[in-house]
Structure formats: structure tokens, C-alpha cells
Design a protein around this ligand. Sequence first.
Ligand code: ZN
Length: 166
Amino acid sequence: MAIFPIRTYPDPVLRSPATPVDDIDHDIRRLVDDMFETMHDAPGVGLAAPQIGIPLQVIVFDIGEGPHVMVNPVLLETSGKWTFEEGCLSVPDRYWGLERAGFARARGFDLDGREVEYAGDELLGRVLQHETDHLQGLVILDRLPRRTRKQAMKDIREEEWFRGMP
Ligand code: ZN
């Protein structure tokens, strides 16, 4: 297992749609181990493979009830509204009160290739929306209302991690 550096915005790998996994092989299992370790080390409650530079449709999350993985997850359903102070490991040290759906349901596969479904309100619903966004090349900044986003872009330009980008 290894802890990977987390890619930060606007790294192109975060801005491109991820590729579906077609074979859950040894490499995918190792990737998931590395993702769990990287997420727990950060620490964070969720991580998508593109965040460590791997453009595949794999997410992991742990909202305090143990680690879970979803391969090729698809968001099937969202409903309601919930505002939450949301952040992203790829946009470090910044949080925004962001309104998204309160409830979300997603389906994907586990490491044995079995179909798995997760559904929940609040933090679980939020993580499912946030991480599946990453697989479409979307980051939290894309979800902010226009005016907040403008200010956010200004703010992150002052951050060391942003200025360090090529
Ligand atoms: Zn994120």
C-alpha cells in the first residue's frame, strides 16, 4: 500500500471524465488499497481515483462506518435539498456552504464484481454526489453559485498549492 500525493485543482486529470473499469483485477484492488490509505491519511471522507492521478471510475469513502468502494458508480437518484459546509481534498483548506440534494442513491460494483448500492441522506448523500462528480471531471468549484465561484477562484489563487501549479 502507498500514500499518493493528491492532485489539486486545476490539474487536468481532475477536469476530464474518468474511464469505466472493465476488469476488476489485481491492479484495481491495489489501486483501491492505495486510495483507502491516501484518504485516511489526508484525512478525508471520500476520494475518487482521478484525485491521485488515475483516470478510472473508482471511488472510496468512509463516513465513520467503515471503508467502502464503488467501481463504475452511477448516481441513480437524488432528492431534497441540504446545505453543508463542503470541502475537497483537491481544493485544500477551503469550505463552502453548498446546497445539493439531501438524499442520493448510487449503484456500482464491489471488488468481487458484485453489484452494490448505497443510499442515504446528509453526509452519505453528499459524499456520493461529490465523488461521482469527480468521475465526470467536475469539482466542488463547478457546483458553487456563480458569484461565490468567482470569489472562490480569486481566493484559491492566493493559496500556495495553487501557485505551485505549472
Ligand atoms: Zn473532492
